[in-house]
Design a protein around this ligand. Structure first.
Ligand SMILES: Cc1ncc(COP(=O)(O)O)c(C=O)c1O
Length: 386
């Protein structure tokens, strides 16, 4: 008799093929079933408390423009203090629809055309693209594997950064390599940026998704008041609580009034107001869903451990340890495949191409799915390489 396992919050799996899901429809067709494991959303249902909060708003039946709920900023401020010991003030918060537009506003709100924007590479694609789209020069800092761990090349950063580098775009926890940067790494980045007058824009959208119990997310702005003053921190409930379809809501936390005003000028007339459903969902996520989040992290951790063990057994693939996020960064350079992404697609798995993220030797696999789906992904990966 097979061993019976206890059902989780995420049983039974939810079929997303007919839900207009970007992840599941982009590459699939009636003739060719493809499992979506690329774009970074989860197949896991969000918390019932969040769904009820959205339903209450829907029951009002009138969907006019709306303000943040009364307790909204208090809840966020208390959460940041409780989780990270970081004390923030209500006036620092600039609500925005999504995190990505804020990367663009942060990239050219200081300095002039011809100044530079710096970011690690590989990185979430927009980190590599904002400079070009905002009239700035891109200064990439390469990451390398050192003792099985991805690290930024700080020597390269020391040699490249200059007072022309107006913005450093930091991704922490890092998509795609899954690192939670430690205090020493953050101090190094902050020190170099302070010395050069470089503002740090830190995208911390994955902060709630630290999978390793011995790792702790540190908002870079919480290091020292001088770093805080020279920073923009971007947070959102969208990743950890799986809310992209509700309509965007992120918060840019900008302590310095001059940087805040420069950022708001860039966003003026471009960024739309977040909607009431997104406020209701985010408020509940940050106030009442710690228990749901713990269960989700535990599920994702089990998935990660399963995937790591499976990949270790597949010749030609190599996965570094994902300390955070639900994204596996897999080295395919020894797979013998000429075009790994196309081959995996032919075998029914849609993965993200590392080329888009600045490293052609890799693919990115999203493991935020039901365990049975992940098992099927692994079967298909093995078939692709057989
Ligand atoms: C690091 C990072 N920032 C931002 C986003 C997208 O944020 P938003 O949908 O709020 O624009 C993602 C999505 O994958 C991400 O991984």
């Amino acid at each position: 008799m097979p061993k019976k396992t206890k059902p989780t919050l995420f049983d039974p799996p939810i079929e997303r093929r007919d839900s207009d899901s970007t992840k599941w429809t982009r590459f699939s067709s009636k003739e060719h079933d493809v499992i979506g494991a690329w774009v970074a959303d989860m197949d896991l249902p969000t918390s019932a408390k969040i769904i009820n909060a959205i339903k209450s708003r829907l029951d009002e039946r009138v969907f006019g423009y709306s303000e943040p709920p009364d307790q909204f900023f208090d809840v966020v401020i208390q959460r940041l203090e409780k989780k990270y010991g970081w004390r923030t003030k209500p006036e620092w918060f600039v609500p925005q629809p999504g995190v990505v537009p804020s990367l663009f506003f942060a990239s050219n709100c200081l300095g002039d055309n011809g100044d530079a924007v710096m970011a690690a590479r590989p990185n979430y694609r927009y980190f590599l693209e904002t400079a070009e789209h905002t009239g700035r020069v891109f200064q990439p800092i390469d990451c390398h594997v050192n003792q099985h761990r991805w690290e930024m090349d700080f020597d390269q950063m020391r040699q490249t950064i200059s007072p022309k580098t107006k913005t450093f775009l930091l991704c922490n926890p890092h998509n795609p390599v899954g690192r939670v940067l430690d205090r020493q790494e953050l101090e190094t980045i902050a020190g170099l940026c302070l010395r050069n007058g470089t503002m740090i824009c830190s995208d911390e959208i994955h902060a709630d998704l630290v999978l390793d119990p011995d790792k702790q997310h540190i908002p870079i702005a919480s290091l020292h008041p001088e770093v805080e003053k020279q920073s923009i921190t971007l947070i959102s409930a969208s990743k950890a609580f799986n809310l992209p379809a509700i309509g965007g809501l992120s918060l840019a936390i900008i302590p310095d009034p001059e940087i805040r005003s420069a950022f708001q000028n860039k966003a003026y007339g471009v960024a739309t107001h977040p909607g009431a459903l997104a406020y209701a969902a985010t408020l509940t996520a940050f106030k009442d869903c710690d228990d749901w989040l713990l269960q989700t992290i535990s599920y994702l951790r089990d998935n990660r451990d399963y995937l790591e063990a499976q990949i270790a057994d597949i010749e030609g693939l190599n996965m570094t340890h994902a300390e955070a996020t639900f994204l596996a960064w897999i080295d395919v350079s020894n797979s013998g495949l000429e075009n790994p992404v196309s081959t995996f697609l032919e075998h029914g798995i849609a993965l993200s191409d590392g080329t888009e993220m600045g490293n052609a030797d890799h693919v990115r696999l999203n493991f935020a799915c039901h365990r049975s789906t992940l098992e099927e992904i692994v079967r298909r990966l093995k078939a692709s390489l057989a």
